[in-house]
Design a protein around this ligand. Sequence first.
Ligand SMILES: Nc1ncnc2c1ncn2[C@@H]1O[C@H](COP(=O)(O)OP(=O)(O)OP(=O)(O)O)[C@@H](O)[C@H]1O
Length: 204
Amino acid sequence: MLTANNLECSRGDHKLFAGMNFSVKAGELMLVSGPNGSGKTSLLRLLCGLSVPDDGEICWDGINIRELGGDYRSVMTYLGHLGGIKDDLTAIENLRISCALAGCEIDEEQATDALRRMGLTGRETLPAKVLSQGQRRRVALARLLVTRTKLWILDEPLTALDVAAIELIKGMLEHNLSQGGMIVMTTHQELNVAAAATHQLVLS
Ligand SMILES: Nc1ncnc2c1ncn2[C@@H]1O[C@H](COP(=O)(O)OP(=O)(O)OP(=O)(O)O)[C@@H](O)[C@H]1O
C-alpha cells in the first residue's frame, strides 16, 4: 500500500499543497487532476522519490520510501510526461535502456515483442527522432508490458495517443490492477478504468 501522510510541497516561494493525505491499496487507481501548474508532476516526483517533501512522508507498506531506497525502486515504475526517449537511439535501444535503468534487463527479442504489441511493427529499428509523437509515447509505454512492478506512477501517459492506443493502455492498466497492482496517474482526459476503487485527487 502507498500512503501519503501530511504531505507538503513548495516550488520557489509558492506552496503547491499542504496537509495532503491519501492511500492507494492493491487493485486501486488514483487519478490526479488539476489545472496547469497546480502541482501534479511535483506530486508524482515526490511519490517516486525523485524529490523530497517539505513536510510529511510517503510510505510503502508502512515504511518511509527514503528508508527503502532501492527496495522501493524495485516495486515501482515511473514514466515521466516527456517519456525519456532519446532521439538517436532506436525504439529497441530506447526500450532496453530504459528497462535496464529501471533494473529490469530485457533482450532484443523481448523488446521487439513488446514494441510490436504496442503497434510498432516495422518501427523497431528506426531512430526515435523519425517517429511521430504518438509512436514515441508508445515506445515509452512499452516498458509497462515488460515490467513486473506493482506500483505504476504515470505522468500524462495518454498524451499524443490515438483512440486505439488509449484502449491498449486502458487494458494494460486494468491488467495490472487485476493482478493486485496500484496506479497513480495524471491525465487531462476522461478515462474509465475498471479498478477495485478509483480515487480522484484534484489539485487547485
Ligand atoms: N524547480 C522549480 N523551481 C521553481 N518552480 C517550479 C519548479 N518546478 C516546478 N515549479 C513550479 O511549480 C508549479 C507546479 O508545477 P508542476 O509541473 O508540478 O505542475 P503540473 O500540475 O504538473 O502542470 P501541467 O498540467 O502544466 O503539467 C508550477 O507553477 C511550476 O512553474
